[in-house]
Ligand binder design. Structure first.
Ligand SMILES: Cc1ncc(COP(=O)(O)O)c(C=O)c1O
Length: 464
């Protein structure tokens, strides 16, 4: 089986099926070479390709069930390659990828500039550890600081790790702010320790981030999680003001636009109110932009829609275009409390990931690119509204830039499955009653139109 996994195309050619390689290019981006298993003229060959792909898929799915811890419910599809906003399964079936690896593949699949950055850096230095200086992590940090409210960057490997780091920074900040010796265990609780978060939030799966995450289903089996979390209704400033208190609250974590929670944008008033409450309580305001940071909303940072700045911001998903990365951006007053040895990571900020991230950042951080995201987001929402108009089960189409949600009055699973069968990948959010669309930011207007058309047709069949 291993051979088949590694050598799809080779295995296909061994069985007498044509294997084609394409080097399709567009004016904007030269695409990398991709290998596809494709049947040529003869129907027998086509049938054989189908048989091979079916056997191949079955074997991978069976072995996944046998060897991999079953924490993910996946359909019986094996993706073998992607190009731009499209992905292909073992049968060669094409899908429009409006999930983008859950808002990760901002440049789509196989972007030539990203590929060049990865190969260029991999050829010279991929990993060193944080025991020594390396160039790409400094270059990326400089870009992140110069383009944001922040003065410093801390690298992590994932979104949850970035949030975990921000929790630690907030805890130490509270101790220093209270005039305590942070290394004296006897005074550990003589300062603010609460972390406030909101209903509908998603901050990650590790014990600290999980404590801040809303869904009981994620938390309950693993109790006790980190103590000291206070959960408040999202967008309820009055409730927030009742719990954000001096000497009690270390930090407030909020997503400027909730992704997993259901594509719920915070209002300017809410974020301004939280800023004020945090300032009055000496608490830190943390924006979790793991999903919406770096261009997804049409602005570089999601909170720029509101003109409210945090003390810290966490980033991850799109930053290295598909390689694992996380980051905390901090203001100097927070950064100043951290000392060498206080926190660290073996892999975080390695040259390979940071060099790739510099390439991604430089592509996204231009007025033209960001304006394109905004324009395409509007096109997507208006296209969806038109395609779904009159369907009594569609309550709302909402979002900002290229994060978009279709609110249904029922579970979205059947619609998501039917769309996938028709070659459009979308995912769910909220209580499972929202269709979430987070396509690559390079998605074309034509691909958006196709997605809207397919979802409109599928909704007519499934949401009758
Ligand atoms: C807003 C937000 N924060 C944190 C996370 C956790 O990120 P990761 O899965 O990389 O740990 C996610 C993931 O979906 C997210 O959307």
């Amino acid at each position: 089986m291993q051979q088949a996994v590694a050598l799809t195309s080779q295995a296909a050619s061994v069985r007498g099926v044509a294997v084609t390689c394409s080097a399709r290019g567009t004016k904007q981006t030269a695409r990398p070479r991709v290998c596809r298993v494709r049947a040529t003229a003869a129907p027998e060959a086509e049938a054989e390709t189908g048989t091979f792909a079916a056997d191949f898929t079955k074997e991978i799915v069976e072995e996944e069930k046998k060897y991999i811890l079953q924490t993910y419910a996946r359909p019986d599809i094996v993706f073998t390659h992607g190009e731009g906003a499209r992905m292909y399964d073992a049968f060669g079936k094409e899908y429009l990828d409006f999930a983008a690896g859950i808002a990760v593949n901002a440049l789509g699949h196989g972007d030539q500039r990203w590929l060049e950055a990865v190969t260029e850096q991999a050829a010279v230095l991929s990993h060193v550890s944080n025991l020594f200086h390396t160039v790409p992590q400094v270059k990326l940090a400089k870009r992140l600081v110069e383009s944001s409210f922040a003065d410093r960057v801390f690298y992590a490997n994932t979104g949850t790790e970035a949030n975990e780091a921000a929790i630690k920074f907030a805890r130490k900040y509270a101790k220093v702010k209270a005039g305590l010796d942070p290394y004296n265990a006897d005074t550990a609780l003589d300062c603010a320790t609460d972390i406030v978060s909101f209903t509908g939030s998603f901050h990650g799966r590790t014990m600290g981030s999980l404590a801040l995450t809303y869904k009981d289903q994620y938390r309950t089996p693993f109790q006790p999680v980190m103590p000291g979390n206070v959960m408040v209704p999202y967008m309820d400033l009055e409730a927030a003001s009742a719990v954000i208190k001096k000497g009690r609250t270390a930090a407030v974590f909020v997503e400027p636009i909730q992704g997993e929670g259901g594509i719920n944008p915070a209002s300017k008033l809410f974020l301004m109110g939280l800023r004020k409450l945090c300032d009055e309580a000496d608490a830190l305001l943390v924006f979790d932009e793991v999903q919406v940071g770096l261009g997804r909303t049409g602005k570089l940072w999601g909170h720029q829609h509101h003109g409210v700045e945090p003390d810290m911001m966490t980033l991850a998903k799109p930053l290295a275009g598909g390689l694992p990365i996380g980051a905390v951006l901090l203001k100097e007053h927070v950064a100043a409390v951290m000392a060498p040895g206080d926190h660290g990571s073996t892999f975080a900020g390695n040259p390979l990931v940071c060099h790739a991230a510099c390439a991604v950042f430089d592509i996204i951080n231009t007025p033209e690119f960001l304006a394109g995201v905004e324009r395409k987001g509007e096109l997507l929402r208006s296209g969806l509204r038109e395609a779904l108009a009159g369907n009594p089960h569609v309550k709302e189409v909402r979002g900002l830039g290229l994060i978009c949600g279709i609110q249904l009055d029922r579970m979205a699973g059947p619609l998501v499955t039917a769309a996938r069968d028709r070659g459009v990948i979308v995912i769910t959010a909220g209580k499972g009653d929202i269709v979430r669309l987070v396509p690559p930011l390079i998605v074309s207007e034509e691909e958006i139109a196709t997605c809207c058309k397919v979802l409109g047709e599928v909704a007519k069949e499934v949401l009758a």
